[in-house]
Ligand binder design. Structure first.
Ligand SMILES: *Cc1c(COP(=O)(O)O)cnc(C)c1O
Length: 388
């Protein structure tokens, strides 16, 4: 693979296509090959070509994804993992020791809460969940001794709450904590947390970055070299690497990230506006609506409002379940961020793991991952489903 010269002057929509993606010098193949290999032949003992030795420690296809992700998030290092939660787990283990404390939003992804609370909790890691919009509550939670991490997710899932990354980064740093932002919902096309003061970005690349619902993956991006070394060591020592084909599929998905996010945002805006007028809908949660409490903040810290929205049904849980089961273009499934539209019922699906906790989602809420199909078909689909 030839090196594409890193050009920080190039714009985002150029870098999504070219960063780390130089053509193959031996054949001229414009797309670098998938290095589907477990090991690398050595020119004499220790004579590595390009530094590669064994697939758990490194693979050129994974390197190309990592170079791309670091550039898009404005970090110096990216490390790509087998899943978003594998990336989170490595980060947590790199930073925390038994007895340490984590502060996280009270509406983080259910799997993140489960990982910190139940998996790391069993090893003596403590956590406090807070409303990230209540900065006094954040400050007092950060005051708990041995707080090492402030964990932010914005927009949050499924109520699309917007948290002020820059202000929270100041609070976190004042308390000596590392500030982590889960940027899965916005993607770097719409929001760049490192430039707002965060120390680490985490991704489920399964979602918008991959973008085609065909691969599970995750990543950590940071400019803190010492932390990146610790995470990379843990990945090497524990092994949750992304496979070459998975890394390649993710790179291929990322090439269209800019145009996809633009269309996701336009379609979601149209659907949010339509549903806000509908008598069967009690509330629409979408940061692109001026009525959304986080609208102005989102307009400041994001360059688009994204493809995720939730609605509360006036008819309660039964109406919500019925709506989620009545769409046809929107398919009933977990996950989000793909080109195809998905619908979900969080309290029994994505957020089942937080049922009965403070993180529980109201049972009349339905979540839509708005895809990039023709908006007229999407509008007709939600209309017919609500009319049933
Ligand atoms: C899906 C998701 C994760 C977990 O990622 P996996 O790839 O499923 O392990 C983490 N955070 C958010 C916001 C997610 O949507």
């Amino acid at each position: 693979m030839t090196e594409t010269p890193h050009d920080a002057q190039q714009h985002f929509n150029t870098r999504v296509i070219h960063e780390g993606q130089g053509f193959d010098p031996t054949t001229g193949a414009i797309i670098p090959p998938i290095y589907q290999t477990s090991t690398f032949v050595q020119d004499g003992i220790g004579g590595l070509r390009g530094g590669y030795e064994y697939g758990r420690s490194g693979n050129p296809t994974r390197t190309s994804l990592q170079t791309l992700l670091a550039s898009l998030e404005g970090g110096s290092r990216a490390i790509s993992f087998a899943s978003g939660l594998a990336a989170e787990d490595a980060l947590l283990r790199a930073v925390l020791a038994p007895g340490d404390h984590v502060v996280l939003g009270n509406d983080v992804y259910g799997g993140t809460h489960r990982l910190i609370n139940r998996v790391h909790g069993a090893w003596g890691v403590r956590n406090t969940t807070v409303d990230l919009g209540d900065h006094d509550a954040v400050r007092s939670a950060l005051g708990i001794e041995r707080t090492r991490i402030l964990w932010i997710e914005t927009p949050s899932n499924p109520l699309m709450k917007i948290s002020d990354i820059a202000a929270l980064a100041v609070l976190g740093h004042a308390a000596g904590a590392i500030v982590v932002v889960d940027n899965t919902f916005a993607s770097p096309a719409l929001q760049q947390p490192l430039s707002l003061g965060a120390d680490v970005v985490v991704h489920s690349t399964t979602k918008y970055l991959g973008g085609h619902s065909d691969v599970i993956g995750g990543a950590i991006v940071t400019s803190d070299e010492e932390l990146a070394d610790k995470v990379a060591f843990l990945q090497f020592a524990a092994g949750a690497v992304s496979a070459p084909l998975d890394a390649w599929l993710t790179v291929r998905g990322i090439k269209t990230l800019g145009v996809r996010m633009q269309r996701h945002s336009e379609n979601a805006q149209a659907i949010a506006e339509k549903l806000a007028q509908h008598p069967a809908i009690e509330a629409v949660y979408y940061p692109g609506l001026p009525s959304h409490p986080g609208h102005e903040l989102a307009a400041r810290q994001m360059s688009g409002f994204g493809g995720m929205l939730s609605v509360a049904l006036a008819g309660g849980a039964d109406a919500a379940r019925h709506f989620a089961e009545s769409t046809t273009v929107f398919q009933l499934a977990e996950s989000l961020g793909g080109v195809e539209s998905l619908i979900g019922y969080p309290s029994e699906m994505t957020h089942a793991s937080v049922k009965g906790t403070a993180l529980e989602v109201p049972d009349n809420v339905v979540r839509l991952s708005v895809g990039i199909e023709d908006v007229a078909d999407l509008l007709a689909d939600v209309e017919q489903a609500l009319a049933r």
